[in-house]
Write a protein that binds this ligand. Structure first.
Ligand code: CA
Length: 163
């Protein structure tokens, strides 16, 4: 006869499982991996500031920097190639400025959301930047506290956000 536990009792002492027989940890990991990750292109001509942006966005697991560009033309080319979910765009850039680059990006990658990140604070420039169809505008002096929030709002919302 049967000396040990019955099959039903054996099942009860096994680790907690989900219905499709994954362990809890496997389930949690799969759920995390399934979160949509926004693919981001950073356009900034000052290398140290690019690193600052990367580390700021790196605080969030649902944002991933997939490429960097250091001038306006390179930004348009990489947008066309990679079709990023979101582009963080400086305005004062070599070759083509950020506002002109944004107009061209709208033609080659119309689904990409654009958030400007510039030292410019004048209302005219902010208005011109947003008139390209951009989703956000962050002044660089506020980036440390506002950048992450504006990027996330731009990804999930439809109205332009400024900070
Ligand atoms: Ca610049």
């Amino acid at each position: 006869m049967f000396a040990g536990r019955s099959p039903a009792e054996t099942a009860q002492v096994r680790p907690m499982q989900t219905s499709d027989s994954k362990t809890w940890k496997e389930h949690e990991s799969a759920t995390l991996n399934a979160r949509p990750v926004a693919r981001i292109l950073i356009v900034e001509d000052f290398p140290a500031y690019r690193r600052f942006i990367c580390s700021t966005l790196g605080e969030s697991i649902d944002l991933r920097v997939i490429a960097e560009a250091s001038d306006g033309l390179e930004a348009v080319q990489k947008a066309a190639q990679l079709k990023p979910d979101l582009i963080l765009l400086d305005i004062g850039l070599p070759t083509v400025n950020g506002i002109e680059a944004a107009r061209q990006i709208r033609k080659v990658s119309s689904e990409s959301k654009i958030v400007f990140l510039s030292q410019e604070t004048s209302a005219d420039i902010v208005e011109a930047a947003l008139s390209t169809g951009a989703c956000g505008y962050v002044v660089k002096t506020k980036a440390a506290t506002q950048l992450l929030a504006v990027v996330k709002a731009a990804i999930s919302g439809t109205r332009p956000v400024t900070a």
